[in-house]
Design a protein. Structure first.
Length: 54
């Protein structure tokens, strides 16, 4: 009996070309500056409230 199945992965050279030329996803933007800014605003607002009440 002959083997009539086809290798689904294709050949190695084609796979390497595909994997090396695949577009890279851009890195996600860091949320650290946003968090630091939010904490700074909260501290300023809290200090302002304490100063107005005292």
């Amino acid at each position: 009996m002959s083997d009539n199945s086809v290798d689904p992965s294709g050949n190695t050279e084609a796979f390497r070309a595909f994997s090396q030329d695949a577009p890279q996803e851009p890195a996600a933007a860091s949320k650290t500056p946003l968090i630091i800014g939010g904490v700074a605003v909260a501290v300023v607002v809290l200090a302002l409230i304490i100063w107005l009440v005292a």
